[in-house]
Design a protein around this ligand. Structure first.
Ligand SMILES: *Cc1c(COP(=O)(O)O)cnc(C)c1O
Length: 365
């Protein structure tokens, strides 16, 4: 059996450690997971009700075209129905884009560091990833432009960027889009868009009519709190969406996912409440990090990347023993951990654990 040569040495994606596993392995009663940017407030009560109703239809295939959800979202974003495609999380939309567009030897440009799923899918297709270093934790759009060549198929912009949490401004983004050749796809991953409160942030969906080569990714996994149901979407021009649709599996989203997502879109109160509490959490964490003299990147999503002034992998292990799961292992940032903004209580427990570890290590606090 000969696999595709480009996949032979591919690593398997390492997700945040599951709570159950940590409880079992360490014999802990309480474990707080701040590793996967999940919503500490769960999902909208309207989504729960929709899920319960849908339980009587489990034997039925979903609507592969997600027509009702498409209708609601098209209205929500002010786009046409043929501009939206759903995936098993926006992760799947990323995979489908590479499947539809990338040939072996094509080039694709992304930041270093950014969401690892862009590169892993490009690798699977045999495309070459050109990784452009971040500047102060932020996409260097000018340097990324400079890398565009004849073989470039797509440029990935993660805004806010995972793992650093930074954003590119509306003006920077527009100047970039104005300069990208029309035959190069720009994938704007806005998984955390609903969390952003900075007036300099652009809603990529509003830019679609001016830039036919732009596709915007959104998800129900983050602020909508539906990560387990695996539903995300892409919004773009009908011709781009049609091509991606042609390589989509027929039933890639579930009935329950579609129903929950549809009920969530219209629960504006839930979304704004989560956004506000997240902001309060960020302000609290900023204050604590300042007090502890730890530097961090400006956080625009529901997570913060902070410099713990010691190897992040060790900090990860030390916090784990105290029942707090965070994320480490960001190549360019060996001393930074990424922590999800939790509830006020979770944030306080994280800070207490962090202080305990730092003082134990004799680091300056
Ligand atoms: C979480 C995340 C996604 C996708 O999540 P799904 O659960 O697959 O929708 C996409 N991009 C970024 C940057 C993310 O952080």
């Amino acid at each position: 059996m000969l696999p595709k040569p480009q996949i032979v040495n591919l690593p398997v994606y390492q997700p945040g450690k599951p709570i159950e596993e940590v409880k079992r392995e360490l014999g802990l009663e309480e474990v707080i997971k701040l590793a996967s940017n999940e919503n500490p407030y769960g999902c909208s009560p309207k989504a729960r009700a929709a899920i319960e109703t849908e339980l009587s239809n489990l034997s039925l295939y979903p609507d592969g075209s997600a027509a009702e959800l498409t209708e609601v979202l098209a209205g929500h974003h002010g786009v046409n129905r043929d501009q939206i495609i759903f995936g098993c999380g926006s992760d799947e939309i990323i995979a489908l884009i590479t499947r539809a567009f990338f040939l072996p030897g094509d080039e694709t440009i992304m930041a270093d560091s950014t969401f690892s799923v862009y590169k892993s899918n490009a690798d699977i297709e045999g495309a070459v990833s050109i990784e452009v270093p971040l500047q102060n934790g932020t996409h260097d759009l000018q340097a990324m432009l400079g890398e565009i060549g004849e073989k470039t198929k797509a440029v990935w912009i993660c805004n806010p960027n995972n793992p650093t949490g930074t954003i590119v401004s509306n003006a920077e983004l527009i100047s970039f889009l104005d300069q990208v050749p029309a035959n190069v796809l720009v994938v704007l991953d806005e998984a955390y868009a609903e969390y952003v409160t900075d007036p300099d942030y652009s809603n990529g969906i509003k830019l679609l009519s001016q830039y036919p080569n732009l596709i915007v990714l959104r998800t129900f996994s983050k602020i909508y709190g539906l990560a387990s149901l695996r539903i995300g979407y892409g919004v773009g021009q009908p011709n781009v969406i049609k091509l991606i649709n042609q390589v989509r599996e027929p039933f890639n989203t579930s009935r329950i996912g579609q129903a929950a997502a549809k009920a969530s879109v219209t629960d504006h109160a839930f979304v704004s409440e989560c956004r506000e509490k997240n902001r309060e959490g960020i302000e609290y964490l900023y204050k604590q990090f300042d007090r502890m003299q730890l530097s961090y990147f400006p956080a625009h999503g529901n997570f913060i990347m902070v410099d713990v002034k010691s190897p992040a992998v060790e900090m990860f292990q030390s916090l784990l023993k105290l029942g707090i799961i965070v994320r480490s292992g960001f190549g360019k940032y060996p001393n930074h951990i990424r922590v999800t903004v939790g509830s006020a209580e979770q944030n306080a427990k994280f800070i207490a654990a962090l202080e305990q570890v730092l003082s134990g290590q004799g680091a300056r606090v």
